[in-house]
Design a protein around this ligand. Structure first.
Ligand SMILES: C[S@@+](CC[C@H](N)C(=O)[O-])C[C@H]1O[C@@H](n2cnc3c(N)ncnc32)[C@H](O)[C@@H]1O
Length: 213
């Protein structure tokens, strides 16, 4: 066996163990009912990152670090990810420490509505919004000034279980109705935004991709 073969095999084994770790994090999140991105959404994001190779990604809504870790794994983009819930943040920190990589993933424990000044000297090629749905427009307005030229914003949960396009269900609670209305208004906001071209995909729980013109 040549040295090259050994190196290639080491890489395969290492990737397999990283994938095992990511799968463990996914299983634990599901068992703990942590709302992580659906599998279809994950595939979409991984494919997008593989094709576009963003150098730096900002994620709003870390939860336990699942999406930050798999996004980082696609092409080792540097990731900044913001989480306001201490328990989630601590679990994400613990998950990151289990990984044989992770130097490129920066966890920020803060409310994203108050963290923009911490990142004022950074620019991002991709911003992934996956946090409180009622605040999507605020996150978008706060953080898009940090996008690089030609940067993209991807948002998850834009269909919100199909309710955004079909909210006539009289059994919805007031709070769910409120969230649906906010997401509907955010969709219209994106559609008419003069600086972004937005496409909506019915993938996973609904994904929007807004490209800076
Ligand atoms: C849907 S989960 C994120 C899932 C994660 N992106 C994944 O797929 O692995 C949303 C997370 O955003 C966090 N969050 C909600 N609003 C936030 C805010 N204003 N600032 C920071 N984190 C927030 C919640 O605590 C929750 O952990």
């Amino acid at each position: 066996m040549t040295d090259n073969a050994v190196t290639a095999m080491d890489a395969t084994v290492k990737n397999a163990s990283v994938n095992d770790l990511i799968e463990k994090i996914r299983q634990q999140a599901l068992a703990d009912r942590v709302p992580i991105i659906q599998d279809e959404g994950r595939l979409f994001l991984e494919d997008w990152i593989f094709r576009k190779k963003p150098r730096k990604i900002l994620e709003i809504g870390t939860a336990v670090g699942y999406s930050a870790i798999f996004m980082n794994q696609v092409c080792h983009s540097e990731i900044y990810t913001i989480e306001r819930n201490e328990k989630m943040f601590q679990t994400a920190l613990k998950n990151l420490r289990c990984l044989p990589f992770g130097k490129e993933i920066h966890l920020i424990f803060k409310d994203a509505l108050e963290a923009v000044s911490d990142l004022a000297d950074q620019t991002f090629d991709l911003i992934f919004i996956d946090a409180a749905k009622a605040q999507y427009q605020k996150f978008f307005d706060l953080y898009t000034p940090l996008l690089s030229v030609g940067g993209t914003v991807i948002c998850d949960n834009m269909d919100f279980h199909g309710l955004v396009e079909n909210s006539d269900n009289e059994h919805l609670s007031r709070s769910v109705r409120g969230l649906v209305r906010k997401l509907q208004s955010f969709r219209s906001y994106l559609q008419s935004h003069p600086e972004f071209e937005t496409t909506f995909f019915h993938i996973g729980d609904g994904i929007s991709v807004s490209e800076k013109k």
